[in-house]
Design a protein around this ligand. Structure first.
Ligand code: LLP
Length: 415
């Protein structure tokens, strides 16, 4: 459930008409709902009630400071993959003691900063990274808490670009050799082994792959304990899918219940790294129809938002719902390809969508709160969109639209 609903024929964001926001801030514009973010975070947190757990929002999904601020105030943890994400979490008031650092390519300076601010732990993805972390921790005279991200070799049955848990993927350490790597990690003086991590992919709409992975991780935890390497937490990553169009993903409560069943009364703290399931349906991309262009083969609606604003349709052929901000109940629907102004044939937000449209109409691309703005670019020298957060009847501009001057502010002519 989200807080973008029609009242009559008019789309509202919480207690504000979406059209008012477009008038005030222009388009294209990302629009987030605070109540929806909170609702989704609580759904995870409540689902694990009674079992030690920490929900670490995957910052890569939406790193706007206001979004992080909303979650930090709830006591959220954060899953980061770069120093930039760490600084955002700190700037938003997030607790470094609840930050987990994931990613295959952590640099020494990133490790140093994370150790200095005292993050909760590192998800280490290779033996070379273990060596580097041990050295950096030694230079600082501290002990780094580590989990190994294991690659359990399960098929997440999702788009191949967002599947990460197969042995041919670059992620994690092959679970078949993980025990030996754990033994070596445990011998390093400046590392303290405290967990096992895995993340098998994103937009999973079925629980079976998660449970397969959990079995493999539990089996490893038992083996490690038998050789004197106790495990305090299991980090099961993110990946729970959302409904974009007609998918039926499990609810966080179903997911938690299944995990609970398989954990029985094992004491492991559970860490999760959901991104999309918290932020995805908490955001819209607002766009206006510039032109209608009928051709001999198709009807195009040319929008003021493009692939540089929302890359998912072009990159993954992702299908997201596109709805009118003001419905035209008497209008006749036509099948449109909804395309942007960028000079690429792949520049579309939706194809063959039945809509009754006129130039100037506002549309909302739903499910844009995760992997939306964060993946946007300045391609075709297009300034990046504004970001706005609705909170009840209040509306906050949380990132101003880029200006043309911003576009080349860091560039210079030759001397
Ligand atoms: N943890 C790790 C280690 C990850 O790599 C990811 C996502 C997450 C957590 C969060 O996954 P989520 O709960 O959001 O599924 N740009 C793509 C998605 C890429 C996901 C990358 N990793 C998209 O737009 O579909």
């Amino acid at each position: 459930m989200d807080h973008f609903q029609y009242r009559g024929d008019e789309l509202w964001a919480e207690d504000v008409p979406v059209a008012d926001i477009a008038e005030r801030f222009g388009t294209p514009c990302y629009l987030y709902s605070r109540a929806t973010l909170e609702r989704h975070w609580h759904a995870f947190d409540r689902a694990f009630h009674g079992h030690p757990h920490l929900i670490c929002f995957a910052v890569k999904a939406n790193s706007n400071l206001a979004v992080l601020d909303v979650l930090a105030r709830l006591g959220s943890g954060f899953d980061i993959v770069s120093i930039g994400e760490l600084e955002r979490v700190l700037a938003a008031g997030g607790d470094p003691g609840r930050v987990i650092f994931s990613g295959v390519g952590k640099r020494a300076d990133e490790m140093r900063r994370a150790l200095e601010v005292g993050i909760r732990g590192f998800n280490v993805e290779s033996e070379a990274e273990l060596q580097r972390l041990d050295r950096v921790a030694q230079e600082l005279g501290v002990v780094a808490p580590v989990s190994l991200r294991v690659n359990p070799d399960v098929d997440a049955r999702t788009h191949p670009y967002i599947a990460t848990g197969l042995k041919e993927n670059k992620f994690g350490i092959d679970i078949a050799v993980a025990e030996a790597v754990y033994r070596r990690a445990a011998e390093r003086p400046n590392l303290r082994v405290d967990g096992i991590d895995c993340h098998i992919g994103s937009q999973l709409t079925d629980l079976a792959p998660f449970i397969d992975a959990l079995h493999r991780v539990l089996e490893l935890a038992h083996r490690l304990e038998a050789v004197g390497i106790p495990i305090a937490h299991l980090d099961l990553g993110g990946g729970l899918g959302i409904r974009y169009v007609d998918e039926h993903p499990p609810e966080p409560a179903d997911y938690a219940a299944q995990i609970g069943r398989h954990l029985a009364d094992l004491p492991y703290e559970i860490l999760l790294e959901p991104g999309r399931a918290i932020a995805g349906n908490a955001g819209l991309l607002l766009t206006r129809v510039e032109y209608l262009k009928p051709t001999a083969h198709k009807h195009f609606a040319i929008l003021d938002a493009a692939m540089n604003d929302l890359l998912r349709p072009a990159l993954y052929q992702a299908k997201q719902q596109i709805v009118p901000v003001r419905r035209r109940p008497d209008g006749e629907a036509t099948l449109y390809d909804l395309v942007g102004p960028v000079c690429e044939t792949g520049d579309f937000l939706g194809r063959e969508r039945a809509l009754a449209l006129a130039p100037g109409d506002l549309l909302a691309v739903r499910g844009s709160g995760a992997y939306g703005f964060v993946m946007s670019s300045n391609y075709n020298s297009r300034p990046r969109a504004a970001e706005v957060m609705v909170d009840g009847e209040q509306v906050h501009l949380v990132r101003r639209r880029e200006t043309i001057a911003d576009l080349f502010a860091g560039e210079s002519l030759l001397p």
